[in-house]
Ligand binder design. Structure first.
Ligand code: DGY
Length: 323
């Protein structure tokens, strides 16, 4: 009996492909070519499953090109690349990879907090450019992390990981805002206090965004919100592009209305707003918050578990919608 056909849209660990090949006919993009929508539609036609990444938009057009498709397994915890309503209407299951990347992403969120507060990349560029010729009392003075107020917008698993690091590792005063308040136990574990969004913006010395992207969170941080922050505050986004209005942020950074920002995600990435590239007080990284070798392996394995679990055993691990 022939094996069901699946598509792997981007390069991934050879071990993951080998595992998938035990169960499926696998078409994979091991060259990691950039496929446009027409190419994705062409490749996905006739497949019953797809191993996707956050850059693959799965919408009504793609679904129409693949009438046999039953599952898209995202190698990411975020799944705003899925049109979940369109998938549900076509009875296509979506899955994601929660939990396995929580601590790694929280580490990186904290790395950005530290890098921007202590001006790590800005001062490195200065040194590499050969500009360092003497010690100076105020050279690259930043702001403290220990004892400062850490604000977290979006208190899911990753937000809680960042809160624990701040409270237990650096003695920070942690405040958060979220759609729903955490249980008293969880708040105690994170040593975090629930506040309104206004208080969060007003009081945070370092504000970290960890909320999922949705039409409701689009530009949750724009000109108005940036104006409510302290001029000494820093902003970190390890969530999704589009949550921050990048043009408004670049303007606020240039005008020093906030002290700095650390961004791992961008509106329309991999394009980056040109104004962000020209301001010095921002640390920019190419969506790598979950990028450690063990975590990326675990994400790939979990995406494969979802495909095999659903298509072979009828039981996915991380279903997002009813199939
Ligand atoms: C995720 O898992 O959502 C990360 O952003 C990696 O894509």
């Amino acid at each position: 009996m022939s094996k069901p056909s699946i598509l792997v849209t981007r390069a991934v660990f050879p071990e993951t492909i080998a595992r998938l090949e035990q169960h499926f006919e696998v078409e994979h993009n091991q060259a990691d070519a950039r496929w446009d929508k027409a190419e994705l539609c062409r490749r996905i036609a006739g497949k019953v499953g797809a191993f996707t990444t956050g850059g693959d938009r799965i919408d009504a057009d793609v679904l129409a090109a693949a009438p046999q498709l039953r599952i898209c397994a995202n190698m990411a915890v975020g799944y705003n690349n899925f049109d979940v309503a369109a998938m549900t209407a076509r009875r296509v299951l979506g899955t994601n990879t929660p939990d396995v990347l929580t601590e790694t992403t929280a580490d990186f969120g904290f790395a950005l907090v530290m890098a921007i507060a202590r001006r790590v990349t800005e001062s490195e560029h200065y040194l590499r450019a050969g500009q360092w010729d003497r010690w100076s009392f105020d050279m690259f003075s930043g702001s403290d992390i220990h004892g400062a107020t850490l604000g977290i917008l979006g208190m899911g698993r990753i937000g809680q990981g960042i809160a624990r690091r701040g409270a237990h590792g650096f003695g920070m005063n942690v405040i958060y805002h979220n759609r729903s308040r955490l249980s008293a136990d969880k708040e105690a574990e994170c040593k975090a206090r629930y506040v309104s969004k206004e208080e969060l913006l007003r009081d945070a010395d370092h504000l970290v965004l960890v909320l999922p992207y949705s039409p409701e969170s689009h530009h949750a941080i724009g000109e108005k919100e940036l104006a409510q922050m302290k001029p000494t505050a820093t902003l970190v986004n390890v969530a999704r592009g589009g949550i921050v209005d990048d043009a408004a942020l670049a303007k606020a950074l240039r005008e020093r209305r906030i002290a700095g920002a650390g961004l791992d995600v961008f509106e329309g990435e991999p394009k980056v707003h040109p104004d962000l590239l020209t301001v010095p007080n921002v640390v920019l990284t190419p969506h790598i918050a979950s990028a450690t070798v063990p975590t990326r392996r675990a994400m790939a394995e979990l995406a494969a578990d979802n495909l095999i679990g659903f298509l072979v055993h009828g039981k996915p691990v991380n279903p997002l919608n009813p199939e």
